[in-house]
Write a protein that binds this ligand. Structure first.
Ligand code: SGN
Ligand code: CA
Length: 528
């Protein structure tokens, strides 16, 4: 892009703001801050659900902009989800199909296109793509999943360990980068938090938060997985798979040793790397929980429910420090006068189970992990468009086209996502997508969620589990939002099933997925 084109791009942005909001026009080009957390799910954000967490900063972003209620991922797992966002393409097209694959950083990405259009670009925090970032003027990333305490960071100069708590450090680094940037140029900054990934380690200041609360238990917590063999075969149950030492940070009530004890407490382990004075405060807190558990002498359902309450508390504490840090970033932007021309996105790499179906983790195409929170603060100059709830279907492959669109940069034809910029602009006709496509392939692997693809429309969902199983599931999300009744074998839904299979196949052809079922649909057939 030459200088003239760049200028045209920025003028495009001003025109957008004039046309849509009919309010003040920002004199400066639009900046974008994309904040993405890890596994932070809608249920735990007070802008979405008031029963669990208190997240005033995320709620502020929603209140001063948009809250999307039907925001989905294309593949509910970290690396693939991030690659979908960066490229605007489904996993089979960007090549990052599971967490083990190396992302090919030589391919076209949205940050590269923004950079070429004159944006300064930065990426700070969890990257998780098994290759180093490309397309960024500055990057500083966590290796792999990263650590909550005393985390290592990788820069172009190599890896180093830092003292402190990961969420504070990522925010410090983000503000430092904003401070030193070229203030004459627009910027695109990715702030990618480790929070609220397993094993949910709170900042010491927040250890006692939420301790006085008892949380409601999902109605399908003790699910028997009738007519859902893939759901029955997973390994992500709070009961059977959530560990006492690593996940809940307490001694096993019957004194059983955790298989990874040495690892988690070793010098690089999640607990072992803590500074001794931090560790003392930590142990004091969790020892009291361990003692309490021992005294209660729980078993059966009572013990599972105890684990559930501990899980929710630790998760929410971790999210609290992130929300505090988002507030700190917002305060900085306000102080610097950046709120009037900066779009601020908050989302997560996927949703998460908080006891629904008895689970933690994600991966399945069921609602809790197919969804991902999405709230967007719109610049002050568009304040008249604020506080809207958007129910149109959007997906994480849409961010690339949207950011390019907002910046006035042409969207390449091979990008599969669709711009939702008109939804931000408040155009009535915007967002006419009828369905989204999903495909998950990390199997066999941790948590043992079988491979599946599917379609979700406004009302229905059709899933096909394949590979070492051949099983269809159909849900009416209006009548059965918790997806407990699989209607695929119900004769009354035969017509709907056939129609959805046609739609699903059309999406597989449209997105050019090489793994698809044979059409016209014959039960049991797929190409791989
Ligand atoms: C780790 C976790 C898993 C989790 C994956 C993927 N295990 O392996 O529970 O599903 O990450 O998460 S742990 O024992 O290492 O904590 S993702 O969000 O990065 O995709
Ligand atoms: Ca994740």
């Amino acid at each position: 892009m030459n200088k003239k084109q760049k200028l045209a791009a920025f003028t495009g942005m001003s025109a957008l703001l004039v046309g849509s909001a009919a309010l003040a026009v920002p004199k400066k080009p639009l900046n974008i801050i994309y904040i993405m957390s890890d596994d932070h799910t809608e249920q735990m954000i007070s802008a979405y659900d008031l029963r669990f967490g208190h997240t005033p900063a995320i709620d502020r972003i929603a209140g001063e902009g948009l809250r999307f209620t039907r925001s989905f991922v294309a593949n509910s797992i970290s690396g693939p989800s991030r690659a979908c966002m960066l490229t605007g393409k489904h996993s089979h097209k960007n090549g990052k199909v599971d967490n083990q694959d190396h992302f090919d950083g030589s391919q076209q990405t949205m940050p590269k296109l923004m950079q070429a259009a004159g944006y300064q670009t930065a990426m700070i925090g969890k990257w998780h793509l098994e290759s180093l970032p490309t397309g960024f003027d500055y990057w500083e990333i966590l290796p792999g999943q990263g650590n909550y305490y005393e985390p290592d960071f990788i820069t172009s100069k190599g890896m180093h360990r830092e003292r402190g708590y990961v969420t504070d450090l990522i925010t410090d680094k983000s503000i430092d980068w904003l401070e030193q940037r070229d203030k004459q140029k627009p910027f695109l900054m990715f702030v990618h938090h480790k929070t609220a990934h397993r094993n949910w380690m709170a900042k010491l200041d927040d250890l006692y938060a939420y301790e006085d609360k008892t949380f409601p238990v999902p109605a399908n917590f003790f699910d028997s997985y009738a007519n859902r063999p893939a759901a029955a075969g997973q390994e992500m149950e709070i009961d059977r798979h959530m560990t006492f030492l690593y996940d809940l940070k307490v001694q096993h009530p019957r004194g059983e040793k955790h298989p990874y004890d040495g690892f988690v407490n070793g010098p690089d382990g999640t607990f072992g790397r803590m500074r001794p004075d931090d560790r003392r405060v930590w142990d004091q807190f969790y020892d009291s929980i361990s003692n309490d558990l021992k005294e209660r002498n729980l078993s059966g359902r009572d013990l599972v429910l105890w684990k559930y309450q501990r899980y929710i508390k630790d998760y929410l504490k971790t999210a609290k420090s992130m929300d505090d840090n988002i507030a700190r970033l917002l305060d900085y932007l306000e102080k610097e006068g950046l709120l009037d021309n900066t779009l601020i996105v908050y989302t997560s790499d996927q949703g998460f189970y908080m006891g629904e179906h008895g689970w933690f983790d994600k991966r399945f195409m069921y609602e809790e992990s197919l969804r991902t929170p999405l709230v967007i603060r719109i610049p002050d100059a568009m304040a008249g468009r604020r506080g809207r709830v958007v129910s149109q279907l959007v997906q994480n492959i849409d961010h690339a086209a949207t950011f390019l669109d907002l910046a006035g940069v042409p969207v390449p034809g091979d990008i599969q996502g669709e711009s939702y910029a008109d939804l931000i602009r408040g155009k009535k006709s915007a967002g006419n997508r009828k369905a989204i496509y999903y495909h998950y392939q990390e199997y066999p692997a941790e948590h043992m969620v079988k491979r599946h693809y599917g379609i979700r429309t406004e009302r229905y969902k059709l899933i096909h589990f394949y590979n070492d199983i051949d099983h269809w599931e159909l849900y009416d999300l209006k009548k059965d939002p918790s997806e407990m009744t699989n209607l695929a074998a119900n004769p009354r839904y035969r017509k709907l099933l056939a129609k959805l299979k046609v739609q699903l196949h059309e999406l597989q052809v449209k997105y050019d997925d090489p793994i698809r079922f044979r059409f016209p649909p014959v039960a049991g057939l797929h190409t791989k």
